[in-house]
Design a protein around this ligand. Structure first.
Ligand code: SF4
Length: 207
């Protein structure tokens, strides 16, 4: 945990406005707790979340005493049957609009989550297709599933109830299933058709 705190302090010391994107999965909640109100909390309201996620979002906001900024697509019309387009409209476009006033973007990404995140670095510089450049910081990059859940337990932070049902990665309800035994955490997302929604692949990593 000490390394994660050092990464956070180093990023915040550089100045500028900071935010953290939070899906209210366990690692994001741990990160929001570690940040202790020093970054705005952004939530992508896709319109397809499990009701349990929305209730948990409100529970954590009240417990931590934080305001959550809901980023919503202006008039979503696409459907999960076309996941590339749907994710772009419901997630990527609102994120790009929501991040425009920030310099530092904290994420709860972890290397262990999926093969697509295996080379994640704790601090990276990214540029979005609209030209927006951000310092992208992932303080929990090397945390394991056990470490994340131990952190929440040690701090008396309740978990999203869907974990107790066997889910290991939780996004929009139509695109989230439980993983097969022995598969990585995100293997139940999008029926195996893809691993990432686009939030973390639409940018160009510059350093
Ligand atoms: S995860 Fe599914 S429902 Fe959510 S934005 Fe992507 S395709 Fe649409």
């Amino acid at each position: 945990m000490r390394q994660a705190v050092e990464i956070i302090e180093r990023a915040l010391a550089q100045g500028g406005r900071a935010c953290v994107t939070c899906s209210f999965q366990a690692e994001d909640v741990a990160l929001v707790h570690l940040l202790r109100g020093r970054a705005d909390v952004l939530f992508l309201e896709t319109g397809y979340h499990f009701p349990e996620v929305l209730a948990y979002r409100d529970q954590i906001a009240a417990l931590f005493g934080i305001k959550v900024v809901n980023l919503q697509a202006p008039s979503p019309t696409l459907h999960p049957d076309t996941p590339a387009e749907c994710c772009h409209q419901r997630k990527v476009e609102p994120l790009m609009a929501g991040l425009k006033d920030y310099n530092v973007w904290f994420t709860g990404l972890r290397r262990e989550q999926s093969p697509s995140r295996a080379n994640l670095q704790p601090e990276e510089q990214h540029r979005f297709p609209n030209g927006l450049a951000l310092h992208k910081v992932s303080p929990l990059f090397d945390w394991t599933w056990v470490e994340v859940h131990s952190y929440l337990a040690a701090n008396d932070i309740p978990e999203l109830p869907l974990y107790a049902q066997g889910y290991t990665s939780i996004g929009c309800a139509p695109c989230t299933a439980k993983p097969d035994p022995g598969e990585h955490e995100r293997s139940g997302r999008w029926g195996g058709r893809k691993l990432e929604c686009g939030l973390h692949t639409v940018t160009v990593k510059e350093s």
